[in-house]
Design a protein around this ligand. Structure first.
Ligand code: JCQ
Length: 221
């Protein structure tokens, strides 16, 4: 799979792409990543990429020409831009992205991006959540990691089954490992019982309770 990243700050991705399974997937050639910097198409001696908003107001807007020039050669890919006004990122979106040959991740900066570029050079807008960051780089790194673990062979691949379990719409149950007593705190007895029926029932109940308490929005009704 090829992932193109459009960013003013390629160096932001240095460690996320080296570390762990993502680093391995890139090392194996399962993922190839290339970077494209709108600054290379910036205007004038200062390579300007942002300008004041029409109509006034605070902050700067990314200019259309440098971004359009950056995106033109990537037109045959699926182009995703990260903005706080996009559709929320989900496991379903990651599953969809993981099936693509060539994905382009566009990191906005400043207060926004000229809408004409979004209208004509972007396929979808995605948000990492209801908060504002300085740029889309964190969201792009999240998508790279979320997609990498779905690619065949990257996680030795229980990943696809794991995302299945998220798809059933409940949070995961709590998990424990040795020792069975840690600083006086015991592991729930049922998990040591060897009774697989009881364990499965306990896990299902924990998932239900946890979801009701923390994410009532995920429970149907
Ligand atoms: C992404 N949740 C928050 C900030 C404007 C392209 O326009 C903008 C992009 C950003 C950076 O992304 C985020 C974000 N998901 O802040 C402002």
């Amino acid at each position: 799979m090829r992932i193109s990243v459009v960013t003013l700050f390629e160096e932001y991705f240095d460690s996320p792409l080296q570390v762990s399974l993502v680093g391995k997937a890139i090392g194996n050639g399962q993922i190839t990543i290339d970077f494209h910097n709108p600054r290379d198409h910036g205007k004038g001696v200062h390579k300007q990429v942002d300008d004041a908003p029409f109509g006034g107001g605070a902050g700067m807007v990314m200019m259309p020409e440098p971004l359009a020039r950056t995106l033109e050669p990537l037109a045959s890919s699926h182009r995703v831009m990260f903005t706080p006004t996009g559709s929320p990122l989900s496991q379903a979106a990651l599953d969809r992205f993981a099936g693509m040959n060539h994905l382009t991740l566009i990191c906005g900066r400043y207060e926004g991006v000229d809408q004409r570029v979004i209208d004509h050079f972007v396929d979808e807008e995605i948000s990492l959540g209801d908060y504002v960051l300085l740029g889309g780089e964190v969201a792009a790194a999240a998508v790279i990691e979320g997609v990498a673990r779905l690619l065949p062979g990257v996680v030795g691949n229980p990943a696809s089954t794991e995302s299945e379990s998220f798809r059933d719409g409940l949070l995961e149950e709590p998990v424990y490992t040795r020792p069975s007593e840690f600083r006086g705190w015991s592991v729930p007895e049922v998990l040591l019982s060897g009774d697989h029926g009881r364990i499965a029932a306990w896990r299902a109940e924990q998932r239900r309770l946890r979801t009701l308490e923390r994410r009532p929005d995920l429970v149907d009704e």
